[in-house]
Design a binder for this molecule. Sequence first.
Ligand code: AMP
Ligand code: GLY
Length: 402
Amino acid sequence: MNILVIGSGAREHTICRKLLESPEVGDVYCLPGNFGMKNNGIKLVHINPFEFEEVIDFTKNNSITYTVVGPEDVLVAGIVDEFKKNNLLIFGPSKEAAQLEGSKDFAKQIMNSSNVATASSQTFGDINEALSYLSEVEYPIVIKKDGLASGKGVVIADNLEIANEVCSKFLNETGSTIIIEEYLDGEEISAMYFVQGLNSYPMPFSQDYKRAFDNGEGPNTGGMGAYAPLKQMGVEERKAADKIIEAVLVELNRRRIEFTGIIYAGLIKTNNGIKVIEFNVRFGDPETEVVLPLLESDLAVNILEILQEKKTKFIWNDRLSYVCVVNATKGYPSNPSKVKINAFPKLEKTKIFYSNLDSEERSSGRSFVIVGSGTNIKEAQEEVYKEVPEIPGFFYRKDIGK
Ligand code: AMP
Ligand code: GLY
């Protein structure tokens, strides 16, 4: 079979390489992909993913068996609905189901109706109402932009002064709504599931490092590194996560919203149990880079069987651990510079996955990810840090997996 993957990040690079491991797979295309993918036999398709008609024509003309969607923005824009109108197989949720990530308000409604524990929150469109609310709350408090923000629309404000400033800035930028949310304290878990209707298949838990700099300092980013699995989380946490996904799927089903694709629950283990911070409707980035290497079954076949509404069997490696470190250009996330990678790293044991590398080998923001493995996190961490290259113009965190 031939498979099309939509997206251009290190996450899509990882998905494409995993699909190419399958003996059932002929060609893997990535649309638009990036130039860092070319060495791995991935075929790049120079089409804008939002030009749905062109994407659909491409799949028809190239005998694509099915399409996998990486990023949320194309899902929220409704690519899946357009594919379905053309009777084409595509792995991802419809526009309506993608609101689980696209609208924090919709996600809160689903959580409230399915009794899933989450941070209490209020939505504001009016600056004066927001400011008056902020004068009464306890700190720290969390302020979020509604809609998609690539992980950069969240600020944890320690005091009223910062909160006021952030609220005004966000409301000016979005011109619409912000969410002010209770701060939850605890360890975070990225819990991803393959989903088809009411059936779900868990992936091993992983953990992402959201802040830009070591020791959790600096602004929130899309993620600066990750590791999997989480040995500190056991049966109890797994049961709690499964229960959350089941409740959400039942609620979506009750509303006649069909979900096929990935649900990623961002969880936090508080003193009062596991609570949901957010849902995403796609693979996490960089979590995918440490979770998919643990998959021993055939990803291409697993996804095909899900799309055919058959039961499928995922097999996960329980002997290895993976750690990945993201390299970003200086200034990321607020003002990333554009840098040319002059010397491509030579790696012995680790693997590299590229993000948004252009035809002149320039990149901006999160640029490439180095992934190492071992029989435990410490070994994987040692392997990865031995090989992370020092390239002028880039920075990376030195404490991933600690
Ligand atoms: P989000 O974009 O909603 O995933 O938030 C990004 C990051 O902000 C999360 O991974 C957390 O680290 C942090 N965060 C978001 N909401 C909360 C909350 N209610 N309490 C504590 N931390 C939060
Ligand atoms: N790494 C967080 C995300 O993919 O949303």
